[in-house]
Design a protein around this ligand. Structure first.
Ligand SMILES: [Zn+2]
Length: 159
């Protein structure tokens, strides 16, 4: 069995007046993620991990933020498109793991819903999509609540 892995990393600024959407789930927060799309940093990092594993470049190449079609775009939709590209290239997603680096709020019960929505977009079972969380411990851009970051890994097998 041919197995391939890819990593994805993304970060976005946290600003007032924006929604905080992670993995397709909106969290209650006085600050949200800035960006051209819905700025769902978790979906973006996973999209890059999938594209990377398939050797298909990166999210900015396929969904450029200069393109008006992607203004306020639902990033789960972009993830769904990336999963289709991966399959068209002859690979089947096996699993995804991600770590959200965010000072607050805690993901809490929303984490299970994120896993379900991400899994549905990729075409995996929820137990094949893991979402972890860690804080910035009060230091760096995450700790100062200036932004959030996500690192993700995806594994594919030859279909
Ligand atoms: Zn992004």
């Amino acid at each position: 069995m041919t197995v391939r892995s890819g990593i994805g990393y993304d970060s976005h600024r946290l600003v007032p007046g924006r929604r905080l959407v992670l993995g397709g789930v909106e969290l209650a927060s006085e600050v949200g993620l800035a960006g051209h799309s819905d700025a769902d940093v978790l979906s973006h990092a996973i999209t890059d991990a999938l594209l990377g594993a398939a050797g298909l470049g990166d999210i900015g190449e396929h969904f450029p933020d200069s393109d008006e079609r992607y203004r306020d775009a639902d990033s789960l939709g972009l993830l769904r498109e990336a999963a289709a590209m991966v399959r068209a290239a002859g690979y089947e997603p096996v699993n995804v793991d991600a770590t959200v680096v965010l000072e607050r709020p805690k993901l809490g019960a929303a984490r299970a819903t994120m896993r379900e929505r991400l899994a549905e977009a990729i075409g995996l079972a929820p137990d094949a999509v893991n979402v972890k969380a860690t804080s910035g411990e009060g230091i760096g851009f995450v700790g100062r609540r200036e932004g959030a970051a996500v690192i993700a890994i995806a594994t594919l097998r030859r279909a």
